[in-house]
Design a protein around this ligand. Structure first.
Ligand code: HEM
Length: 420
């Protein structure tokens, strides 16, 4: 994808024009919803010349794209070569085996084989255990006794990292390095501009992750142990099994897809509640509202803001002619604020009726980890509210991560003591 203009006059033009590229601007990233509103109202199926892709922002159009368009969008080796980093093609090799980038029948085959490992009943067994992990992390914050925390570093990041390590069946102490590699790899998934300076780091992260999971598979062959890796190794249907490469690729997508997003559900959700004191008070007074509140927080500040698809043929959408193989960016976060679908979309309504949001995607690729993500979110908010009755935002500016698709904060500084 090409970059927008670099000269001053051209930059001004780029800023005023309607483009998703403005997400590169930290001020827009701090609040992308006015940009999404402009796109949705001025040109809901918009050809973005800077991104060379169609941008789709209405709820119903996002549903159509996610239901009918192709997910096979792995960047080709030529794409990386054009960026001047031909040796990066191993990234494409891993991506191409992930279910996220496949269409039926290859996609249905992977989901069928991996399905049992993600069953909601299996996830429910983790409930008590996730509570224990959350409590341990909050104990550490309390024990320090300085009355403050960076919620991202001390809670929102380690909680999903520990849970995911346990779910995969790898040593829990590895969660720190797994998190580090997965944040780097997530740049690939979350950004539509791939910065050649950073691609080397992404390549190393993929190599580390691939080697790590290949070793884990060898280890499991010698010493079987419960967990996702073992389930994927023993999965079979109609005489079919997953190859080692497929297990590795889908462990990576589970790590990356599950960690960043769940971290950001906790971080973005906590921020939204702290900015809406009346809603926070409502939730404290009735914690039975938490499951509904998590759905509303997913809608209101979606951790995964957008995804991409490829037109399977020439398609007419919203009166626009999309040509075969053209890229389409479906902005779920914009659809989640579409007033045609949600009344008062800019308001946080904890028990919003019919909150069928797009935060987990739609149709065939609907998030495999949704039951686990929901449970982690519910436990996280329940534990936070129970343990810290006086949580407040510290008086520090907030910085949003540079990842454009996966919306989340760098830090979330909070104070725990009652206000003056
Ligand atoms: C709040 C947390 C989460 C959010 C917002 C989220 C969001 C999403 C979205 C939007 C998709 C569809 C992407 C597309 O269609 O292009 C997806 C797919 C996926 N997610 Fe999640 N996710 C979350 C947590 C998790 C967790 C915890 C796991 C694993 C344990 C996970 C594993 C996956 C997998 C494997 C897919 C691919 C499914 C497929 O291609 O069929 N996710 N997720």
């Amino acid at each position: 994808m090409s970059t927008p203009a670099t000269g001053l006059a051209e930059e001004t033009e780029a800023t005023e024009s309607l483009s998703l590229f403005h997400l590169m601007d930290p001020a827009v990233r701090a609040n992308p919803y006015p940009l999404y509103r402009r796109l949705r109202t001025e040109d809901p199926v918009h050809w973005d010349p800077y991104l060379h892709a169609w941008i789709v922002t209405r709820y119903q159009d996002v549903v159509t794209v996610l239901s009918r368009f192709s997910a096979d969008r792995t960047p080709s080796p030529e794409y990386f070569e054009a960026l001047g980093v031909p040796e990066v093609s191993p990234i494409a090799k891993v991506m191409v085996k992930q279910m996220l980038f496949k269409d039926a029948p290859a996609h249905s085959r992977l989901r069928k084989l991996a399905g049992p490992a993600f069953m909601p009943a299996r996830v429910r067994l983790l409930h008590r255990h996730i509570e224990e992990i959350a409590d341990r992390l909050l104990d550490d914050i309390e024990a320090r006794g300085d009355g403050k925390t960076d919620l991202m570093a001390e809670f929102a990041e380690p909680l999903p990292a520990i849970v995911t390590a346990e779910m995969l069946g790898v040593p829990v102490e590895d969660h720190v390095k797994l998190k580090e590699w997965s944040v780097t790899f997530a740049e690939m998934l979350g950004n539509f501009q791939h910065n050649p300076d950073r691609l080397g780091g992404v390549l190393r992260a993929v190599e580390h992750l691939a080697e790590y999971f290949q070793d884990a598979i060898h280890e499991r062959r010698r010493y079987p142990k419960d967990g996702l890796i073992q389930s994927l190794m023993s999965a079979h249907a109609d005489g079919d099994r997953l190859t080692d490469d497929e297990i590795v690729a889908n462990c990576i997508v589970t790590m990356v897809g599950g960690l960043e997003t769940t971290t950001n559900l906790i971080g973005n959700g906590a921020l939204a509640l702290l900015r809406n004191a009346d809603k926070l008070a409502e939730l404290r007074a009735d914690r039975a509202l938490i499951p509904d509140a998590v759905e509303e927080l997913l809608r209101y500040e979606s951790p995964s803001q957008l995804t991409a698809r490829i037109a399977p043929g020439d398609v007419l959408l919203g009166g626009k002619q999309i040509r075969e193989r053209q890229a389409v960016i479906a902005v779920m976060a914009a659809g989640n604020h579409d007033p045609e679908r949600f009344s008062n979309p800019e308001q946080l309504i904890l028990n919003r009726p019919d909150c069928r949001h797009l935060a987990f995607g739609w149709a065939a690729h609907f998030c495999f980890g949704a039951p686990l993500a929901r449970l982690e979110g519910q436990v996280a908010f329940d534990s936070l509210l129970r343990r810290f009755p006086h949580l407040r935002l510290a008086d520090e500016p907030l910085v949003w991560r540079e990842n454009l698709g996966l919306r989340g904060l760098e830090r979330l500084p909070l104070t725990l003591a009652p206000g003056p």
